[in-house]
Write a protein that binds this ligand. Structure first.
Ligand SMILES: [Fe+2]
Length: 301
């Protein structure tokens, strides 16, 4: 399988891979290997079906349950009602990794640009493995044993303001606020790497430091993470299929540009395939039984 690099930071485009043709176990393992190495795969310019998209996602791991009554989640600005709509994709969305506020942040997410007009809003990605590798030694030494608390208030829709100061008391009482503490130097379950694991949308505070000191440290880490040279901007084309590592990478969306149509079909992984079987790793930040009951994925889209 041949790939063309998308940037110095992350990602390859698979240039001789046919997504409409079922893959055998060896090709599937190669796809997972490329995913683990580059964190982001792109397949461009092919005509595919929902079944092709689903089958491709399943090479990497079991798929999360779709939203109730839908075949998949959708990030779409279509005007009519879309079953499974997770968001319109028109608002600015701060940098984040889906599910960071839960014990098992999702390993992978795939989007397929099913309907698209040229010049729509891009999606931005950055490599948080590389960010940790390039962190100045002084900062690296400071975060060595620290952990960060991540949160999300699921009772409100918020994409352009951090959650760190956002918990509504009534939502806390109703159990709608989810939070979880992870080491800032985070070790993902599926790759032999470490990740700088704080993000501007969901990271509330550093657990071991007084708030002001922790906030200053977070800002230093954000300045490093979100420097322009770390960012890859994915400019969508019709029928692009991407799958990315949601732990190794962070993603965000700038303010909507243009008013073109943007209808993206979304799948997320709920586990990871290995040669020896499926590694269970529940992507959702909510209790598994509740997620099953509600049949939904708590994506921010
Ligand atoms: Fe997201």
């Amino acid at each position: 399988m041949r790939g063309k690099p998308l940037s110095d930071m992350l990602g390859i485009e698979l240039i001789d891979f046919d997504i409409t043709r079922p893959c055998g176990p060896e090709e599937q393992a190669e796809l997972r290997h490329l995913f683990c190495e580059h964190h982001f795969l792109l397949i461009r310019g092919q005509k595919l079906t929902d079944e092709d998209h689903d089958r491709f996602g399943k090479y990497f791991g079991p798929l999360s349950l779709p939203p109730k009554g839908a075949d998949a989640g959708y990030v779409t600005n279509k005007e009519e009602q879309v079953v499974g709509r997770l968001g319109t994709g028109t608002d600015m969305l701060l940098w984040h990794a889906d599910g960071a506020y839960g014990p098992h942040p999702g390993i992978g997410t795939s989007l397929w640009a099913k309907e698209l007009t040229p010049g729509t809003t891009p999606t931005l990605f950055l490599n948080a493995v590389r960010a940790l590798e390039t962190l100045p030694p002084r900062l690296r030494a400071r975060i060595g044993t620290l952990s960060a608390v991540h949160m999300r208030d699921t009772g409100i829709v918020r994409t352009a303001q951090p959650f760190r100061d956002s918990a509504q008391p009534q939502n806390v009482e109703a159990g709608l606020v989810r939070s979880y503490q992870h080491p800032i130097i985070y070790r993902p379950p599926h790759i032999d790497a470490q990740v700088l694991y704080v993000n501007e949308l969901m990271t509330s505070h550093i657990a071991e430091l007084p708030r002001e000191e922790g906030e200053a440290l977070l800002q230093e880490l954000f300045n490093h993470l979100y420097a322009d040279h770390n960012v890859y901007s994915h400019e969508w084309q019709l029928n692009d299929v991407i799958i990315w590592d949601n732990i190794a990478l962070q993603h965000c969306r700038p303010k909507a540009v243009g008013s073109g149509q943007r209808h993206l079909r979304r799948l997320s992984l709920d586990g990871w395939n290995t040669e020896g079987g499926v590694m269970k790793w529940y992507a959702t930040g909510m209790p598994r039984d509740l997620a099953l009951m509600e049949g939904r994925d708590l994506a921010i889209a």
